[in-house]
Design a protein around this ligand. Structure first.
Ligand code: PLP
Length: 403
């Protein structure tokens, strides 16, 4: 075990391998369905959930609920939004009034509800590809159109090209989906970058949706600036989406929140929530996520150096395994983003090696839209013994390149 992680996380055993096969774990039990890998020893490095036990406070809260054994409708007494507000004040210096918060059954469903609240079918929604694939899915499912504002890579980092975007905008462009920190690539956007985007939204009267679900997963002390703090002047056109689920490995809880200080905008969103019958919340999800925000600080503080050490190990080994491969340096997230174009191999060959030789399910870069074709995304939020096994297999899968 890496010394850095060992010295920081004696209380939490992130090295422990928990058998998730046969537990309705999408990540493990749907490998064959989504990847075509049928090997029983396949390693999933695709969907963004971690193979670590949740914070003990979450387990205790759920155990208390289980022993109560009565699981009726959840009564929202306000403690959940209060816990959310206290977390963001404590961790990100962001003072949220609980009255700004609308719970949703996850961030992606929140994005869909926002689109329904602020745009019409046929309207254009800006995304910055390569970008989280569900942005594309939810835009198209809501019969809106995608306007791709291609990210530009410089010195191993992504940048937004807002001049190019300005030239692409049309009267039909109504909404901007901003991912902060960015997935994939793990960019922590600077205050100036956020302000420049916010200014463009103000200039063109766009609703700015800031998906900050990865904002707690910061590596090496990186600092996340909430969009509302970078650009308070756009508060009236801003909806920020947050969740405890990514931070604390509770994705199955399916609870997120949309936050906006614009009361009229919130009413429009809440009307869509009501129209979809979503005004009553998942009891288990609310209990788990409230407990996470209230009790999860020490767990997260121990997790982050463990993830940083996994990132360093993964990056060093993938580059050594496949000469010419490049792993983008992540400031945030646990999703390594690797460009194989420098290996000289065709993307299909790379994919086949990872899938068939290494028996690893990584997310295909093409899922993330234009600019992703030669990339694969690897989720390294896994116990180190499994990561070591995966890296050994990747080493074998590309061994002929090193002869
Ligand atoms: C940027 C981003 N937004 C949202 C989600 C998923 O959110 P939820 O499961 O709450 O719908 C993910 C999951 O990977 C993500 O990366």
């Amino acid at each position: 075990m890496n010394d850095r992680a060992a010295s920081v996380s004696p209380a939490f055993d992130f090295d422990r391998v928990i058998e998730r096969r046969g537990t309705h774990a999408s990540k493990w039990d749907l490998i064959a369905r989504y990847s075509g890998i049928h090997a029983p020893d396949a390693i999933p490095m695709w969907v963004a959930d971690m193979d670590f036990a949740a914070p003990p406070g979450v387990t205790e809260a759920l155990a208390a609920e289980t022993s109560l054994a009565v699981h009726g409708y959840y009564g929202d007494t306000g403690t959940w939004a209060q816990a959310l507000a206290e977390w963001f004040a404590r961790r990100h210096d962001w003072k949220i009034d609980p009255a700004w918060v609308s719970p949703t059954p996850g961030v992606v469903s929140g994005l869909g509800l926002i689109l329904q609240a602020v745009s019409e079918p046929g309207d254009e929604v800006v995304v910055f590809p390569p970008a989280y694939h569900a942005f594309r899915r939810i835009i198209l499912a809501n019969e809106r159109r995608i306007l791709d504002a291609q990210l530009v890579e410089r010195d191993g980092r992504y940048f937004m090209d807002l001049d190019a975007l300005r030239a692409q905008l049309t009267p039909a462009t109504k909404v901007v989906f901003f991912c902060s920190p960015h997935n994939p690539g793990g960019n922590v956007w600077s205050r100036d970058e956020i302000r420049a985007l916010a200014a463009l939204c103000a200039e063109r009267d766009h609703i700015l949706v800031s998906d900050e679900i990865h904002c707690d997963l910061l590596l090496d002390g990186a600092r996340h600036t909430p969009t509302i703090i970078a650009a308070p002047e756009v508060a009236d056109r801003l909806i920020t989406c947050v969740a405890a689920t990514k931070t604390f490995n509770l994705a199955g809880a399916h609870v997120g929140a949309c936050v906006t200080s614009n009361a009229a905008l919130k009413r429009r969103l809440d009307a869509r929530v009501m129209a979809s019958g979503l005004g009553s919340y998942n009891r288990f999800g609310m209990i788990a996520t409230e407990a996470a925000w209230r009790t999860g600080d020490a767990w997260l503080d121990a997790l982050l150096p463990y993830l940083a050490a996994n990132r360093d190990l993964f990056d060093a080994r993938i580059v050594a395994a496949a000469p010419g491969a490049r792993s983008m340096r992540l400031d945030a997230t646990y999703l390594a983003w690797v460009d194989f174009s420098g290996t000289g191999l065709a993307p299909a060959d790379v994919a086949a090696r990872v899938k068939n030789r290494a028996r690893i399910f990584a997310s295909p870069g093409s899922q993330f839209g234009p600019g992703g074709d030669t990339w694969l995304r690897f989720n390294f939020a896994i116990p180190r013994p499994i990561l070591e096994e995966a890296l050994g297999r990747l080493d074998d899968a590309f061994s002929d390149l090193r002869r």
